[in-house]
Design a protein around this ligand. Structure first.
Ligand code: GDD
Ligand code: MG
Length: 353
């Protein structure tokens, strides 16, 4: 069977990280995000092809994924001539579907038994199955109301402050029969959440909901991007390299050079060829990407640094995400901010008044 990953969005809420790096391949620890989704799809056993539905910076995605060793799944890159929206993108892929398809938002990480979802879809004789997740604050998502038998009754995309007594949201994972995809007009931007799903409800199609209580997150904001790292390090989303290690592990690559007199606090992740100099402190929930350099007595905590960042002596970082190749000068104090690739933060003691 085929799976479609909707991976064409601009990732606006994750800017400036996504200015040069489309959201589906932002690194989580040291792996492009999409690989975690492929892990899940591989476990289904019957998925033989994954269609990557692309629009924003498709070449970067194709280049990166194409350069990886065998992924165990055939990948088809499908690039829309213009953003077709979440349903238009699926319609655009229709010619490549032959049977029941699994469809995934390209920015959700879920611990989910997809085999059980498929089984549920088949047992219910559904034309569409949507995975729902109960959350505390559903206002920023698609809210889905179901009846006692799990039939979808109402779909309200981003209800905002509307008062609603339902907390199950669209988890961005669907199983759909290709036969109903002809409802989506060809060559027209179309939304699955605002148009296609509400129409299925209105027309009484067999549209059912599978409620999942496992781990789930949409990585599309800086806050959730940081949160997912924390969740992996704490074992809430079990995946390597933390899954097989004790709580609070220090994961330090073999080629990283940690000088004497450095304080490392777990859990943290230090990638290949990182250099950390004497007197520096790497606090818990920190990720240092490949080839980052941390100067003497610098202090970094709860921060994620993409590859090739340089942190000067005595600089201090907390709750920060840095894109690739940033330079934080000695003595700079940076907190609670997300900075894009190659940002330079000057030494405050040398800044002219
Ligand atoms: N190919 C393609 N073309 N993909 C697109 C397009 C497009 O025009 N527009 C968006 N996408 C992809 C994005 O890359 C993302 O992976 C996915 O579709 C969902 O888009 P988002 O922009 O991230 O939507 P959202 O997070 O605001 O809301 C959606 O996800 C929520 C769960 O995370 C909705 O599906 C909500 O109903 C849902 O609750
Ligand atoms: Mg999203």
């Amino acid at each position: 069977m085929k799976a479609i990953l909707l991976a064409g969005g601009k990732g606006t809420r994750l800017r400036p990280l996504t200015s040069n790096m489309p959201k589906p391949i932002v690194p989580i620890l040291n792996r492009p995000f999409l690989l975690y989704q492929l892990d899940l799809l591989r476990r289904v056993g019957s998925v033989d092809e994954v269609i990557l539905s692309l629009n924003y910076q498709p070449d970067r995605i194709e280049e990166l994924i194409g350069s990886l060793p065998d992924l165990g799944l055939k990948i088809r890159y499908l690039v829309e001539p213009q953003p077709m929206g979440t349903a238009g993108a699926i319609r655009f892929a229709l010619d490549f579907l032959d049977d029941t398809a699994i469809i995934f938002n390209g920015d959700v990480l879920a611990e989910l038994d997809l085999k059980a979802v498929l089984q549920f879809h088949r047992t219910r004789g559904a034309n569409a199955t949507i995975v729902l997740k109960p959350v505390e604050n559903p206002s920023a998502y698609g809210l889905v109301e179901v009846d006692q038998d799990g039939n979808v009754k109402r779909f309200i995309e981003k209800p905002g402050n509307q008062k609603l007594d339902c907390n199950t949201i669209n988890a961005g994972v669907y199983v759909i029969e290709p036969s109903i995809l002809h409802r989506i007009p060809k060559d027209t931007p179309w939304s699955i959440e605002r148009s296609f799903f509400p129409a299925l409800v209105d027309d009484g199609e067999r549209f059912v909901a599978y409620v999942s209580t496992g781990y789930w997150i949409d990585i599309g904001t800086p806050r959730s991007y940081r949160q997912v790292h924390r969740d992996i390090m704490d074992g809430r989303f079990p995946t390597e390299p933390f899954r097989s290690r004790p709580k609070g592990a220090l994961v330090v690559a073999a080629s990283a050079k940690i000088e004497d007199g450095v304080t490392l606090e777990g859990p943290c992740f230090i990638d290949e060829e990182v250099v950390v100099k004497t007197g520096a402190r790497i606090g818990a929930y920190t990720v240092l990407g490949r080839k980052c350099e941390v100067g003497n007595n610098a202090n970094i905590e709860t921060s994620i640094l993409w590859p090739s960042c340089a942190i000067g002596e005595q600089a201090s970082l907390s709750d920060v995400v840095l894109g690739q190749g940033c330079y934080i000068a000695p003595n700079a104090v940076v907190s609670e901010v997300t900075l894009g690739d190659k940002t330079v933060v000057p030494d405050p003691s040398k800044t002219a008044d």
